[in-house]
Design a binder for this molecule. Structure first.
Ligand code: SAM
Length: 309
C-alpha cells in the first residue's frame, strides 16, 4: 500500500496516550490513518473511531484499517458536527491533527496547489463553498478580511485589489492563475512562494478551519461538563499560530482553578473550577531526526490536556 502522508510527531502522540486502559480513542482527523493505525497496533485494548470530511481519505483508511475492523468505526463529517452525535462510550482519548494532508495539497485535481488547473480547496469535495466561489464572488472587504486574518498577508489590500482587478476581465478558474495574479503584487523572495499565505487564508475560509477548531473545543467542554469525558486525554496538533492560539488559550482556561473576576481582591469561588491539567506547558515539537524526514513537521505543535477523572 503506497501511503501518501507521513504522520507527524507519531512517537510523541503514542506516548501521550500510554495510560489509556479501555474505551474509545477518537481520531478527529483520520486522514490516511497513520496515527490511527499506530494507535490500534500499539494499544490492543482500545476501540477506535475515525472521523474525516474527505471521502478519498476515508476510502483509503477503510482499506488500511481493514485488519482492525472489529474494533474500528469510521464516520464521514466534520469533527465539530460529528463528535456530538457519537453514541460510543466512554471516550478516553481524542486526537486531532489539524489542517490539510499531503495528498490533498499535492493532488492537482483537489485545487489546493499553485500549479493546479482547478481552483477548489474543499477538503470535502461535496461541500457548497469552494475557492472558486471565494475568489470570484467575495467583495474587496471580504477578501481583505480573510487575507489579513486567516493568511496574515502583509499586503492584503494589494492582493485583494489585484484579484478584483483581474476578475473584471475573466473569471479566475485555476490555482495557477491565482498564484500568478498574487505574484504580480508580492515579489518573490527566498524559498517560499509569494502566494503561500494568501492560499492559506483562502483555504481556511473555504473549510471554516478556525470555526471547526473552536467548535471542537466547545463540544469537548460541554461533554466534560456533562460527565462524558472524565479522565480523557486530548491531544491536538496545530500547524500555525492562528490554530495554536485557539488551543493554547482554551487549555489555559480549562486549567484555571479560580474563576473570580481579575479585579477581585480575594478569591471567593472556591478555587476548584479547573477541568483538568495540561500535560506540559510548552508544546511538543519535532525532533531534528523527524525534521530531516518530514518537512511538514517543521511547524507542528502538539498540546495535550488531561480532563479530571
Ligand atoms: C493532517 S491530515 C491528518 C493525517 C492523519 N493524522 C494521518 O496520519 O494520516 C488532516 C485530515 O483531517 C481532515 N480534516 C481537516 N479538518 C477537518 C474537520 N473539520 N472535520 C473532519 N476532517 C477534517 C482532512 O480532510 C485531512 O484528511
Amino acid at each position: 500500500m503506497n501511503i501518501p502522508h507521513i504522520p507527524v510527531l507519531l512517537e510523541e502522540v503514542l506516548d501521550g496516550f500510554s495510560s489509556i486502559k479501555e474505551g474509545y480513542f477518537v481520531d478527529c482527523t483520520l486522514g490516511y490513518a497513520g496515527h490511527s493505525e499506530a494507535m490500534l497496533k500499539t494499544y490492543p485494548q482500545i476501540k477506535h473511531i475515525g472521523i474525516d470530511r474527505d471521502d478519498e481519505a476515508l476510502d483509503f483508511s477503510k482499506k488500511r484499517l481493514a485488519p482492525f475492523d472489529d474494533r474500528s468505526t469510521l464516520y464521514k463529517g466534520t469533527f465539530a458536527t460529528t463528535l456530538p452525535t457519537l453514541k460510543e462510550r466512554p471516550i478516553t482519548g481524542l486526537l486531532a491533527d489539524f489542517g490539510v494532508s499531503s495528498l490533498q495539497l499535492d493532488k492537482m485535481d483537489r485545487g489546493f496547489s499553485f500549479e493546479s488547473e482547478t481552483l477548489d480547496m474543499r477538503m470535502d469535495a461535496t461541500a457548497a463553498l469552494s475557492a472558486y466561489d471565494v475568489v470570484n464572488h467575495y467583495n474587496q472587504a471580504q477578501l481583505e478580511y480573510i487575507l489579513n486574518h486567516y493568511g496574515e498577508v502583509r499586503s492584503y489590500r494589494k492582493v485583494a485589489a489585484a484579484i478584483i482587478e483581474a476578475r473584471r476581465y475573466a473569471e479566475i478558474t485555476s490555482g495557477k492563475e491565482l498564484a500568478d495574479i498574487i505574484s504580480t503584487v508580492i515579489p518573490r523572495g527566498g524559498k517560499i512562494h509569494p502566494a503561500t499565505l494568501s492560499f492559506q487564508g483562502i483555504r481556511i475560509e473555504v473549510n471554516n478551519e478556525l470555526g471547526e477548531i473552536e467548535g471542537l473545543l466547545d463540544v469537548l467542554e460541554e461533554k466534560f461538563k456533562a460527565g462524558e469525558l472524565n479522565g480523557a486525554i486530548v491531544s491536538l496538533i496545530t500547524f500555525h499560530s492562528l490554530e495554536d492560539r485557539l488551543v493554547k488559550n482554551r487549555y489555559k482556561k480549562w486549567a484555571t482553578a479560580c474563576i473570580c473576576d481579575a479585579e477581585a481582591i480575594r478569591c471567593t469561588c472556591g478555587k476548584n473550577h479547573e477541568l483538568g491539567k495540561m500535560l506540559v506547558r510548552k508544546p511538543i515539537t519535532a525532533t531534528k531526526g523527524e525534521l530531516k524526514i518530514n518537512a511538514r513537521s517543521r511547524s507542528a505543535k502538539l498540546r495535550t490536556f488531561i480532563f479530571k477523572g
